[in-house]
Design a protein around this ligand. Structure first.
Ligand code: FAD
Length: 337
């Protein structure tokens, strides 16, 4: 019987386990189940290698309330920090283990968690699986013949010296453009809105600078209506007559991720419109089951500091309601280095 089982070893899951350690829960009583073969899988897959990991991502205030904190860092520094946290707190992560079912026993505060490898019992379950497992895809059909030329991240395919259309208008769209320009690509950005109000200052300034130097062509107010196969290349049709149809080597979508609605509903979590219903301190309608990180951030999306802070908030309630915590968690440390 574990005190706490955490599902997902990203920033939220790792900080949840380290909050529990800081609150005096012994390492044998905590288990993280991660479906990938390594922790922080989303960061490794979606972040360009030279990316600056910003503490105020999406304009969130860079203020840490818990035991983990982030200052502007490189991708490598961020991953090393998460790595070190697992090691120094003696946190057990079971990799390549996917959770299928979570059953709450009605008469007692106990969950049974079933995975593809076995089952475990725990007093508290924290779900920290993020939203990046399923990137958002466009509404129109993509021809299967173009599968290898339609991308949702920049690490799966090495793209250099090509004509690339990036679709989106948030921080990741800007970062993808910066990365692709550095790799010698000719980059166009298609965004349906007319300004970059959703980007943080660094990314807005960077994309504007690239546009001024004619290194990125920005198509504001552009709406893609279809993507077709034109002799093996993606031909992108725009709804705006002025833009017509244009052909690229690759189309890269930066449209964020999807809440794993079916999974959450199957385990009994209720929804409030599009978002899972969370009450005080990220607890769901199921007593003792918490949702933290990107999953509890709502439509604006989350950040790493949001993930860290949500774990701290959840831990305070877990100590009050469910577990015997022997220590008061210390204040946030200044950063990953
Ligand atoms: C391109 C890009 C750039 C970004 N840049 C920044 C930035 O500069 N600064 C910043 O603060 N934020 C940034 N973000 C956002 C940040 O990465 C997320 O907010 C953060 O990773 C959320 O952490 P999380 O732990 O909630 O989810 P995730 O990081 O997505 O981690 C979830 C983990 O759960 C695992 N998992 C999924 N399903 C299951 C399952 N069924 N069973 C077991 N494990 C499962 C996944 O493999 C993964 O390891 C960026 C995001 C993107 C896409």
């Amino acid at each position: 019987m574990y005190d706490m089982i955490v599902i997902g070893a990203g920033p939220a899951g790792i900080s949840m386990a380290s909050e529990a350690r800081a609150a005096g829960i012994s390492p044998e009583k905590i288990l993280i189940l991660e479906k990938a073969g390594e922790h922080s899988f989303s960061i490794k897959k979606y972040y360009p290698d030279n990316k600056l990991v910003t503490a105020n991502y999406k304009g969130f205030e860079a203020a840490c309330t818990g035991v983990m904190c982030l200052v502007d860092s490189s991708k490598h520094e961020t991953i090393s920090y998460l790595d070190r946290t697992i090691r120094e707190n003696s946190i057990t992560v079971s990799y390549e283990e996917t959770v299928f079912k979570i059953h709450k026993h009605p008469a007692e505060q106990r969950f049974t968690i079933t995975t593809d490898r076995g089952s475990y019992d725990a007093t508290v379950v924290v779900i920290a699986i993020g939203i990046l497992g399923k990137p958002n895809k466009p509404g129109y059909r993509i021809p299967p013949s173009l599968r290898d030329l339609i991308l949702y991240d920049v690490t799966t395919t090495d793209v250099a010296g090509a004509d690339v259309l990036v679709v989106g208008g948030g921080d990741s769209a800007s970062e993808y453009c910066q990365y692709l320009v550095q790799k010698g690509n000719r980059v166009t950005l298609s965004y349906r809105r007319h300004d970059f109000s959703r980007m943080n200052d660094i990314n807005r300034q960077s994309i504007q600078a690239l546009a001024e130097r004619a290194q990125v062509e920005i198509l504001f107010g552009s709406n893609i209506t279809a993507v077709k196969d034109a002799s093996g290349r993606p031909a992108v049709a725009f709804g705006e007559a002025l833009l017509g149809s244009r052909t690229y080597d690759y189309v890269l979508y930066a449209l964020g991720g999807t809440t794993p609605r079916n999974f959450l509903k199957t385990i009994g979590i209720e929804f409030d419109g599009e978002d899972p219903y969370v009450k005080e301190a990220h607890e769901t309608n199921v007593r003792g089951m918490f949702l933290i990180g990107d999953l509890s951030a709502g439509t604006k999306g989350g950040s790493i500091i949001w993930a860290f802070n949500s774990a701290n908030t959840a831990m305070k309630r877990i100590c009050r309601e469910y577990l015997k915590c022997s220590a008061v968690p210390p204040a946030a440390k200044p950063g990953p280095r």
